[in-house]
Structures are given as C-alpha cells and as structure tokens.
Design a protein around this ligand. Structure first.
Ligand SMILES: [Zn+2]
Length: 280
C-alpha cells in the first residue's frame, strides 16, 4: 500500500500541471481521479489538500511545476511558510499576491519604511527612496556581497505610494499610449512597489542584465532572497513584459522553492501559496 500511495503522490505532482486563479477553483469541475481511487482515509490530509489546490491552478502554471515527490514538495512548502516569521507579522505577508487583478488598498503604506541614505554599500540615484525594514536590510546584505565581488549596485526605485504610482502610470500612458503603458507600468494599487518590498536597479532598461551589476544580480540575488518578478517569456502570466531590473524581496527559502518547483517563476509560486492558504 505504501508503494501505491507513493505512486499516487507522484501522479499528484504530475497533475500539478494546471493552475487558474484560486477563486476559479470553486467552479472547477476538475477532480483528481487518483484521489478517488483510494480511500481518503489512506491519504495524508496534506496530500489531499495539495490535490485540491493543484486542480485549481492554470495550465501554464501546472506545466511549469517540476515533477517530483509530493512529500518533499510539502516539506519545502512548510519551510517557506515558516519563513514568514522572519517578516513583520504586523504588516502584509511577504507573499502577498499583487498583480493586475489583485490589488492593495489606496491608503496602504508599509509600516516603518526606512529611507535609503547615501552609503558605502550601494549607490542611489534619487533621494526619495525607502523600503520596508526587511527589504532594507536584505538590500544592504545583497549590496555588501556585490561590493565584496567588486560590483557596486545602483538603486533607482523602491517604495512608491498609490498616488505616485497613479502619476507614473498616467505619465507612461501619455508617452506610450495605454496599451504599451500596461505592459510595463502598473496601475495604482497593483504595483509591487507599493508593498515596499520591491526595487528597480539602474539602469532601468533592457541592458541592465548586461551590466556588471546586472550580471552579478542575476547570478546571486536569490541567495539573498531577491526574486526577479517579471521574467522573459511570461507576459501572459505576470501581465508585464520582461523587466530585468525589477526584483522583489521574498526571502531565501521562497527563492529556493520558486527555483526548485516553479520553474523560477515568482508569479506561479505566489499564486500557489495564496491558493494553499485559502484552501481548507
Ligand atoms: Zn519596478
């Protein structure tokens, strides 16, 4: 029986190949056949829950999830959920889902924003930059490591208020037109920048990844908990074209989880985590 359950576990992970927004799961008629083929009492409740979450995910996300052992996946998920204790419990979760359809309120401001001052670890190209304390600290750690490797990172954009984002979006619409602006600029209330946990490195253009700073960041950011939010080839998933300069701080465990199980796509992992937390 144990072997049989193990094969079911493996099938379950293979079934991981389809996610839609969690809300859609309620109307989904899809039901994992393998879960019906064995008495529910013989299945680990967490595996059953995993099946319920997986059937609700979009096809693109399921296809991106690596095949593997469900128990190993759940153990990794547990570590990621536990890593939330490294973040303030008094503010939004580090895995808060924010995208074109999931918003934050117009009056949301992260608690304890820390102003970025001129310093020896990294350069800043504006004076009005600030981050949530966890991201502020994580930036310093990242930048110190870069510096030790002879690379100085430049930070260009950090926390943005709802109002600032509104003006920025309107500006890009006036420059590029609505359709193009939507591909690169977030509408107010939908930007990761409002969470105070995301930043743009300079230069903010497609050549950032070819600069010494960009090359170093691509190689090392995840080791320090920073995740590329809008990877190349996933505009239909994230809503934004490739932004090689934009990173979100989610912590080291989540970066590992994202890379190991979610084809290194932050959006898939965060959708999964939110769906998991909303599912009984
Ligand atoms: Zn950005």
């Amino acid at each position: 029986m144990k072997k049989y359950i193990k094969s079911i576990i493996l099938i379950s992970i293979f079934v991981m190949m389809n996610f839609t927004a969690c809300a859609k799961s309620k109307s989904s008629a899809v039901k994992p056949a393998e879960a019906e083929s064995v008495s529910p009492r013989t299945l680990n409740p967490e595996i059953e829950k995993l099946n319920r979450v997986l059937v609700s995910m979009s096809p693109r996300c399921k296809a991106a999830i690596s095949n593997g052992d469900a128990e190993e996946f759940l153990a990794d998920l547990k570590k990621v959920l536990e890593s939330r204790s490294d973040f303030s419990s008094d503010d939004l979760s580090p895995f808060y889902l924010i995208d074109k359809t999931h918003k934050v309120s117009s009056d949301y401001v992260p608690k304890g924003l820390i102003h970025l001052e001129k310093n020896n670890d990294y350069a800043i190209n504006k004076n009005n930059l600030s981050l949530r304390p966890e991201a502020f600290q994580a930036l310093a750690t990242l930048a110190k490591a870069a510096k030790a490797d002879g690379v100085t990172l430049t930070v260009s954009s950090t926390y943005r208020s709802y109002e600032y984002q509104k003006n920025l979006f309107d500006y890009w619409v006036s420059v590029d037109g609505l359709e193009e602006a939507e591909r690169e600029s977030a509408r107010p209330g939908t930007s990761q920048h409002q969470l105070g946990m995301a930043l743009d490195f300079a230069p903010v253009d497609d050549d950032f990844d070819k600069t010494p700073g960009g090359k170093w960041v691509y190689e090392n950011a995840a080791k320090y908990g920073w995740s590329l939010s809008f990877p190349k080839g996933y505009e239909d998933v994230t809503g934004y074209r490739w932004e090689c300069w934009h990173f979100r701080y989610i912590g080291v465990e989540a970066c590992k989880f994202q890379k190991k199980w979610f084809s290194d796509v932050q959006q898939f992992m965060i959708e999964f985590i939110n769906c998991w937390l909303e599912t009984n």
